[in-house]
Design a protein around this ligand. Structure first.
Ligand SMILES: NC(=O)c1ccc[n+]([C@@H]2O[C@H](COP(=O)([O-])OP(=O)(O)OC[C@H]3O[C@@H](n4cnc5c(N)ncnc54)[C@H](OP(=O)(O)O)[C@@H]3O)[C@@H](O)[C@H]2O)c1
Length: 372
C-alpha cells in the first residue's frame, strides 16, 4: 500500500464522493469528509462508513472518516479561521467532488456551487500548496461530435446546459491555479451509473429517471439519432481512477484523466429495451421536426419537466479517449449494450423500473385457486 495520506474529500456524502471516501478509508488513509446537508457517508454498496466529527486533535486516524460540516459557496467553507488553518496544515491531498449535478437549475446556482465552490476549495489548497484532485465532467466537451481527447478543454464548443458550462469554467480556474504553481490534476467522469459487475447503484437519479420514463412509455418519442451515444461509467471505476490519481499524485500531476466507461448508442437503448417484455421501446424522431406537441398531454408534461433536460445527449456522436487515464486504471472493457442490460437488471431487481416478468417455466405453471 502507498503511504498513509491525510485527505480531504469535499462532497463526501455524494454518489462519487462517498464511494471514493470509502475506498480511501479502506486503503488505510486518514480521510476527512466535508459534508453539507447529508451528514453520513454511505458507500455505493449501501454500507455506512464509520464517521466521527473532525477536531484538530482527532486527525490522523484510520478506519473512520472525520466529518466537517461546511458550505463550499462560502469563503473558507463557512469554517472559523482556526479550523480552516489547522485543516489546511494537516492535508496531503484535497479531492474536490462537491458540486450541484442536477440539471435545470438557474444558472447562478451552478456558478455559486460549481465555480465559486471550486475557487474556495482551491484557496484551501493554496494555503499550503496541497495537491488538488479536481472532479470535473467529460461533458465539458459540450455538444461537439467526434473523439474527445483528455488534453482538450476550451475549443469554442457549445454547451448542452448550464451545468456543463459551469464545470468548464471551474476547470479553467483549476488550470490557471496549476499554471501558477499549484499541484493539480483533473478527473473527468462521464455519466456515473452502477457498478461494472452487478450494475448496483446507491441511488437512481439523473439518467435513471429518463430510462424510467422511456421504459414505462410515459414519454414514447424523443428527438434522437440511432448512432448518437452517451458514455456510461461505473461508479466503482470512477472511484478507482480518483483513488489512483490521489495516491499516485506525482504521476497524475498536471494531467487530465477521462474516467469513462461504455459508449451506449441510442440503437443499444431501443434494442435492449425490446428484450424486456414489460418495456416500451422509445421512438427517435428527427430533431428538426420533433416538437413536444406531437406527444400526448401527459407525455408532454414528463418530456418538458424531465426528458428535455437530457435530450441533447441523444443527439451527440461523441467518443471519449482515455489513453492517459488507462495508464492508471484500465477502462472497463464491457460493451455498451451488455452494461446497459446489467444496469436495467439491477434497477428491476431493486424495484425501480417495475418488476421483472416471471421466467417462462414459472409463468406457464398453472396456479391453484387461492395461490399467488
Ligand atoms: N453523477 C454523475 O453522473 C457525474 C458525472 C460527471 C461528473 N460528475 C462530477 O462528480 C462530482 C460528484 O458528483 P456526484 O454524482 O457524487 O454528485 P452528488 O451525488 O449530487 O453529490 C454532490 C455532493 O456535493 C455536495 N454539495 C452540494 N452543494 C454543496 C455546498 N454548497 N457545499 C458543500 N457541499 C455541497 C452534496 O452535499 P449535500 O447533498 O449534503 O448538499 C453532495 O455530497 C461532481 O463534481 C460532479 O460534477 C458527476
Amino acid at each position: 500500500m502507498s503511504d498513509r495520506l491525510n485527505i480531504l474529500v469535499t462532497g463526501a456524502s455524494g454518489l462519487v464522493g462517498a464511494e471514493t471516501t470509502s475506498r480511501l478509508v479502506r486503503a488505510g488513509h486518514h480521510v476527512y469528509g466535508l459534508v453539507h446537508n447529508v451528514g453520513e457517508i454511505v458507500a455505493n454498496n449501501g454500507r455506512r462508513v464509520s464517521s466521527a466529527p473532525w477536531t484538530a486533535a482527532s486527525a490522523r486516524e484510520s478506519g473512520v472518516v472525520r466529518l466537517l460540516r461546511g458550505d463550499v459557496t462560502r469563503p473558507r467553507f463557512g469554517l472559523d479561521s482556526e479550523t480552516w488553518s489547522s485543516l489546511s496544515a494537516s492535508l496531503d491531498r484535497i479531492v474536490h467532488c462537491a458540486a450541484i449535478t442536477d440539471f435545470g437549475r438557474p444558472p447562478e446556482i451552478y456558478q455559486q456551487i460549481n465555480v465559486t465552490g471550486t475557487v474556495h476549495a482551491l484557496e484551501l489548497a493554496q494555503e499550503n500548496a496541497t495537491p488538488f484532485v479536481h472532479v470535473s465532467t467529460a461533458y465539458v466537451c459540450g455538444n461537439r461530435d467526434g473523439v474527445i481527447a483528455e488534453n482538450e478543454l476550451d475549443v469554442g464548443q457549445r454547451f448542452g446546459n448550464a451545468y456543463e458550462e459551469s464545470k468548464m469554467r471551474a476547470e479553467l480556474i483549476v488550470r490557471k491555479a496549476a499554471a501558477d504553481g499549484l499541484p493539480a490534476t483533473v478527473v473527468r467522469p462521464s455519466v456515473v451509473t452502477g457498478t461494472v459487475r452487478s450494475g448496483r447503484v446507491r441511488e437512481f437519479k439523473n439518467i435513471y429517471i429518463v430510462l424510467k420514463l422511456l421504459s414505462k412509455g410515459l414519454v414514447s418519442a424523443i428527438p434522437g439519432h440511432f448512432d448518437a451515444c452517451v458514455d456510461l461509467v461505473p461508479v466503482d471505476h470512477v472511484a478507482a481512477v480518483l483513488t489512483a490519481a490521489t495516491e499516485d499524485f506525482d504521476r497524475a500531476r498536471d494531467l487530465t484523466l477521462h474516467a469513462v466507461g461504455a459508449p451506449v448508442r441510442m440503437r443499444d437503448v431501443s434494442d435492449t429495451f425490446a428484450e424486456y417484455p414489460s418495456f416500451h421501446v422509445p421512438r427517435y424522431l428527427d430533431p428538426n421536426t420533433f416538437t413536444p406537441d406531437c406527444l400526448s398531454r401527459v407525455e408532454k408534461k414528463y418530456y418538458e419537466r424531465v426528458v428535455s433536460l437530457y435530450d441533447n445527449y441523444f443527439l451527440r456522436r461523441q467518443r471519449f479517449d482515455s489513453a492517459i487515464a488507462d495508464r492508471f486504471v484500465r477502462r472497463p472493457s464491457t460493451a455498451g449494450s451488455s452494461y446497459l442490460r446489467r444496469l436495467i437488471d439491477y434497477a428491476l431487481k431493486a424495484g425501480y423500473l417495475g418488476s421483472t416478468l416471471p421466467v417462462a417455466d414459472r409463468a406457464l405453471t398453472p396456479l391453484k385457486v387461492g395461490e399467488r
